[in-house]
Design a protein around this ligand. Structure first.
Ligand code: A2P
Length: 288
């Protein structure tokens, strides 16, 4: 419920009862080494309790280091990583998760996601490939290696096809979501099926920060365009994952609990013309 979201430790509840802090810290395009380590540490120091990475970001080791250096207790942090397309299949999935756990220096994950669906453009067996990968996810979940399992960049067709072959439905779908790209069909599907939506690139990869409409609405609240975008996702009951490697921005992107966008402002942002994609469209995702 949005009314219960009052600060960085406020949580959304996944379909299996696991709690996820309402804003996560994104690390896509954050270089490994000092930058990833220090920005993750900073994020935890200023109150983030949810960190999002991926095997394909090549920064898991540094993210893990930042987590340890922060001194925040493991069980207070919600940590997500993602499985890459080259590790599709049951056995490969289980070993990929083990590799990520080792890189992060953890003994369990809070959330593990399939990064991209296999799609029919690249393989006639796409549905079976996703189902086999998912079987690995279900094993990791049943074995207690991950507290929740989900997908990323899955459109309703991919989710519906997976549902016919899965024992456990994904608890999360992480998709690109921001004003100008709200993927209404995917969000509606997830809502109907108790799948929590996370927003990657909630700032449109930074592109929205110069948008005149976002700027006008931000100014009306005395907030920045970035804060307005983070707030916009939250008011849609979506979990935003803003990324920054700058201390002041990391802190500012979390200062989103002292204002509320009006219904009219939300409608205006909903109606923004498409601002394009920030990454691949799922149907063009890497084949692995
Ligand atoms: P940087 O990491 O140099 O701060 P998204 O989360 O939508 O992918 O957007 C991330 C992009 O937006 C990055 O280029 C990031 O750059 C930039 N960014 C993040 N927060 C802010 C902010 N508060 N003000 C300006 N740019 C920001």
């Amino acid at each position: 419920m949005f009314s219960e979201i009052t600060g960085m430790t406020s949580c959304r509840t996944l379909s299996n009862g696991v709690k996820m802090p309402c804003v996560g810290f994104g690390t896509w395009q954050t270089p490994s080494g000092d930058v990833a380590r220090d920005s993750v540490k900073k994020a935890l120091e200023v109150g983030y309790r949810h960190i999002d990475t991926a095997a394909a970001y090549y920064n898991e080791e540094s993210v893990g280091e930042g987590i340890r250096l922060s001194g925040v207790r493991r069980e207070e942090i919600f940590i997500t990583t993602k499985h890459w397309t080259s590790d599709r299949g049951f056995k490969q999935t289980v070993s990929a998760a083990e590799k990520s756990l080792k890189a992060l220096g953890l003994d369990y994950l809070d959330l593990y996601l399939i990064h991209w669906p296999a799609v029919k453009k690249f393989s006639a067996a796409w549905a079976e490939i996703n189902a086999e990968t998912w079987r690995g996810f279900e094993k990791l979940y049943k074995d207690g290696k991950v507290r929740a399992i989900g997908v990323s960049n899955f459109l309703p067709e991919h989710l519906e096809t997976l549902r016919a072959r899965a024992d456990i439905m994904p608890m999360v779908d992480q998709i690109e979501f921001h004003p100008g790209y709200i993927q209404k069909d995917a969000v509606d599907y997830c809502r109907r099926n108790e799948i929590l939506v996370e927003a990657w690139s909630p700032l449109g990869c930074g592109r929205l920060l110069a948008d005149p409409l976002v700027g006008r609405i931000a100014a009306a609240h005395g907030k920045s365009p970035a804060q307005t975008c983070v707030r916009y996702a939250m008011q849609h009951d979506v979990v935003p994952l803003p990324k920054s490697v700058h201390d002041e921005r990391i802190a500012a992107n979390a200062a989103v609990f002292d204002f509320e966008l009006t219904d009219d402002e939300m409608n205006e942002l909903d109606g923004m013309p498409k601002t394009g994609f920030s990454g691949y469209h799922p149907e063009d995702a890497p084949a692995g």
